[in-house]
Design a protein around this ligand. Structure first.
Ligand SMILES: Nc1nc2c(c(=O)[nH]1)N[C@H]1C(S)=C(S)[C@@H](COP(=O)(O)O)O[C@H]1N2
Ligand SMILES: [Mo]
Length: 164
């Protein structure tokens, strides 16, 4: 939230947009408008707890994370569950707060968690602020990353026994 002429923090892409990168066929920059126009919107009423602020209740709307990431073409064989189960997602906010999910967590054949990339929060469109990660199955709010600036998708080389 800056006034004109006020220096801002590093804006990696542009306000309200995030970069999708990693082991995917189609790296992209997506705005909240893209998220609203290109994928089906789902609504989610959630309650989460914060260690510092207590419980919060919100209504979010937006596309499913698995549909947005799936359309970027992760470098797995989509027909092989075992191959898909190797993948990780790292989601970062503009302030540096970041978290990870596993692809299996959101995959319909595994955890099937309806994680959203919100375009709307309690009736307010998030275009200027940026998308927010919505993890309805989490009791804690820490993974509800706001002002998303990047999403990385990859197979987590550390888990494959490599030395790199
Ligand atoms: N970008 C970003 N998103 C964030 C955080 C943060 O520090 N930065 N804090 C998380 C935490 S700990 C909680 S509980 C929820 C709600 O925090 P709020 O009450 O400060 O909005 O946002 C989450 N999303
Ligand atoms: Mo929190």
């Amino acid at each position: 939230m800056s006034r004109p002429g006020t220096p801002t923090r590093t804006i990696p892409v542009r306000a309200g947009a995030f970069a999708m990168s990693g082991d995917i066929q189609r790296p992209a920059t997506l705005t909240v408008a893209d998220l609203r126009e290109r994928w089906e919107q789902h609504e989610s009423d959630v309650t989460f707890d914060c260690a510092t602020n207590g419980p919060q209740r919100h209504t979010f709307a937006g596309p499913l994370l698995r549909e947005v990431v799936g359309d970027a073409g992760p470098a797995f064989d989509p027909r092989r569950r075992k191959d898909r189960s190797r993948f990780l997602l790292a989601v970062s906010g503009g302030d540096g707060h970041h978290t990870v999910l596993s692809w299996a967590e959101i995959d319909a054949d595994f955890g099937n968690s309806p994680v959203l990339l919100a375009t709307r929060l309690d009736g307010r469109e998030l275009d200027a602020v940026g998308s927010q990660l919505v993890v309805p199955s989490d009791r804690c709010g820490a993974r509800y990353i706001s002002a998303i600036s990047s999403i990385w998708i990859g197979a987590g080389r550390v888990l494959t026994g490599g030395r790199g």
